[in-house]
Design a protein around this ligand. Sequence first.
Ligand SMILES: Nc1ncnc2c1ncn2[C@@H]1O[C@H](COP(=O)(O)OP(=O)(O)O)[C@@H](O)[C@H]1O
Ligand SMILES: [Mg+2]
Length: 246
Amino acid sequence: MVDNTQVGSPILHLRGITKSFGGIHVLKGIDLAVERGSIQGLIGPNGSGKSTLFDIITGYQKPDDGVVEFVGEEINGQLPHVISRAGLIRTFQLTKVFPNLTVAENLLVFASGVGDESKKDAENRAVELLDFVHLIGLHDREASTLSYGQLKLLEFAQVLMHRPQMLLLDEPFAGVNPGLIDELVDHIREMRKRGLTILLVEHNLPIVAQLCDRVAVVSGGQIAMNDVPEVVVNDPDVKEVFLGDA
Ligand SMILES: Nc1ncnc2c1ncn2[C@@H]1O[C@H](COP(=O)(O)OP(=O)(O)O)[C@@H](O)[C@H]1O
Ligand SMILES: [Mg+2]
């Protein structure tokens, strides 16, 4: 096994995370340290436990054992809204987009949860975020009229409305029109430039390779390797798993 815990001052630190469902050991001791300000990839075959790990990190499931540390504090056992208020946010594959609200309203519904920000400040931030994701021209359209790709952009703006320190993205490119992929890639890079740390689960290896600073591989319930993308995507075992799993 590789020791993944030796990164200087990680923002997210997982130690010995285990989880079983009805006697099936899905996670068998996940150790991973994510460096602040980085884009950390997480890959692995379908059913290897990546989404389960996201659930555990964000408080939607409890690990059987192990510790989740965020900004130096143990957060395992805390409720999802407490964790999101601490600045660790995940995307939900569009389930938080309200179809009958306008694009702008879809952002403002999340403003109330953010400290004691005034309504005016929240509106200004919503405008700035819609500008960032290039949806400003559609601010008064009902969300139900947006394309799937535009909804993804709206979802990005929604999570940024929470002013996160760290984002967990679970297959954000799945189902996205190839013409929009470059734009999403640019937005994720820009988020990192703004100081966000990103943990990205993604099946598309070329996207992982171009975006991530490091890529961890989940295999057999553990982190089998965590290295720069060039090393990981050229690893014979990784190639075999991904070619056999398309
Ligand atoms: N709530 C649950 N109850 C029972 N089994 C689950 C539950 N969540 C996930 N699993 C199982 O755990 C394994 C890992 O699933 P998942 O975390 O979704 O993998 P991945 O995201 O890597 O594809 C799968 O075998 C899945 O069926
Ligand atoms: Mg999954």
